[in-house]
Write a protein that binds this ligand. Structure first.
Ligand code: NDP
Ligand code: GDR
Length: 383
């Protein structure tokens, strides 16, 4: 049985990836950094599996990586490890750089020196595109500026090309995205210089019930689950309990009770609701990653659903599915959650992986939202 090494196995996508690789007949060595609290919840289905082993390791420690390669002799290494929160990268840029860029370099160097035939996957990101769009978009914008004819025509063409693909130039907008871009170039450089089988998947946003609680989709669905659970608990303890949607932007106050005496629930505080993202399901994206690593030649691929939605649309669907009505009654826009620089619009053209490797996503945006809301309502009950 072949060993494969997964850095970042405790994370959202690393956990789905580990499950999939075991299904495919591999022994998965999941690498997890030491933590003072338990961070293996996402691996609960694997911890007792004899084809899964969780070992200690950190991508910032090059000796530790070389040692893992020497001991386990993996045929494939997946680097899912990162400081992956964009807003945090503005607050902790050096740490983000060390883990997200330096970590990738450490693994590539260990492969080059210890195990050069081992295949390598790097988790690149659509954040690397930042503010940029396809070559065609930029060309038609230029055309629009000099066009003698009706400007609307040029504008229309322009909007049609507003997407990102493998040929789109990068214009990263955060320390996270810049670190990911450095890693992305290192992968290409090691592939071309040393002939290492190294692939980068330029993955657009992918979510699931296992998504970290600070990312916007999960923050929304977790709030919904907690709020619904709170109302259920209040109904049991307060006769005739009904909640009231107050103008106060901090709380939802209860109806017919003295505010000073009854419990209240903080509204959901969010930042930019107009940002557009191409959101897919992490399970579908884990599948794309495995396909890339089993291709004939190493390459870089964009992975996306080819649909884009605003944070606002996610809110509308999630609140409607939970039966709560208009999200505007529950949400407060808070400057605290705006970023020093924003990526406004992401929409991936994933034709290359669809054509070359015959990958396509199975979960729709609507289904993804429903799955996340339902899961958080269930989980809140258990809490
Ligand atoms: P998560 O934040 O859920 O997981 C990140 C993983 O990296 C965790 O297991 C974390 O461990 C681990 N990690 C962090 N620092 C270190 C370190 N120093 N050494 C070893 N492991 C470390 O991210 P996702 O699962 O969502 O994403 C997986 C990868 O894909 C990341 O690299 C991310 O940047 C990238 N990506 C994600 C996209 C998405 O939409 N989800 C899109 C494009 C790229 P711990 O549990 O200890 O925190
Ligand atoms: P993103 O994901 O930055 O795209 O990076 P995130 O869910 O954090 O933000 C998406 C958009 O929502 C806006 N937003 C908020 N975001 C957060 N986290 N919290 C809020 O309260 C909030 N309000 C509005 C953001 O401004 C942004 O526009 C994710 C990560 O998984 C990266 O690791 C990965 O590389 C990219 O996706 C592709």
């Amino acid at each position: 049985m072949e060993n494969v090494l997964v850095f970042g196995a405790t994370g959202q996508t690393g956990s789905y990836l580990s499950e999939l690789l075991i299904e495919r007949g591999y022994k998965v060595i999941g690498v997890s950094r030491r933590s003072s609290t338990n961070n293996t919840q996402r691996l609960s289905s694997l911890l007792e599996n004899s084809n899964f082993e969780l070992v200690e390791g950190d991508v910032t420690d090059c000796f530790c990586i070389a040692n893992l390669l020497a001991v386990y002799k993996p045929t494939q290494v997946y680097n899912m490890a990162a400081q992956s929160h964009v807003a945090t990268s503005f607050k902790q840029p050096a740490l983000t750089w060390d883990i997200t860029a330096g970590g990738c370099l450490n693994i590539l160097e260990a492969i080059r020196t210890v195990s050069p035939t081992t295949r390598f996957y790097q988790a690149s990101s659509s954040e690397m595109f930042g503010k940029n769009f396809s070559k065609k978009y930029r060309a038609s914008r230029k055309l629009g500026l000099i066009a003698k004819g009706p400007i609307e025509v040029a504008h229309l063409e322009c909007e049609e090309f507003k997407y990102q693909d493998e040929n789109t130039a990068f214009m990263p907008q955060s320390p996270y995205a810049i670190a990911k871009l450095a890693a992305h170039h290192l992968v290409r450089n090691y592939r071309e210089s040393y002939g290492i089988f190294a692939c980068s998947g330029i993955l657009f946003n992918h979510e699931s019930p296992r998504r970290g609680e600070q990312f916007v989709t999960r923050k929304i669905t977790k709030w919904i689950g907690d709020f619904i659970n709170w109302t259920e608990v209040q109904k049991k303890s307060l006769d005739g309990f009904e909640y009231q949607l107050s103008d106060n932007d901090n709380v939802l106050s209860t109806k017919n009770h003295d505010l000073a005496l009854v419990p209240t629930f903080p509204k959901l505080r969010l930042g930019n609701l107009d940002a557009k993202r191409d959101w897919g399901h992490a399970k579908d994206y884990a599948n794309a990653i495995v396909m890339m690593m089993h291709g004939e030649t190493p390459d870089d691929y964009v992975v996306s659903t080819q649909e884009t939605h605003t944070v606002r649309e996610f809110l509308e669907l999630a609140f409607a599915h939970a039966g709560l009505g208009d999200y505007k009654d529950y949400v407060v826009v808070d400057q605290k959650f705006f970023r020093p620089a924003e990526v406004d619009f992401l929409l991936g053209d994933s034709s290359k992986i669809r054509k070359t490797l015959e990958w396509s996503p199975e979960t729709s945006f609507q289904e993804l939202v429903k799955q996340m809301v339902d899961s958080d309502i269930e989980q809140a009950k258990k809490r």
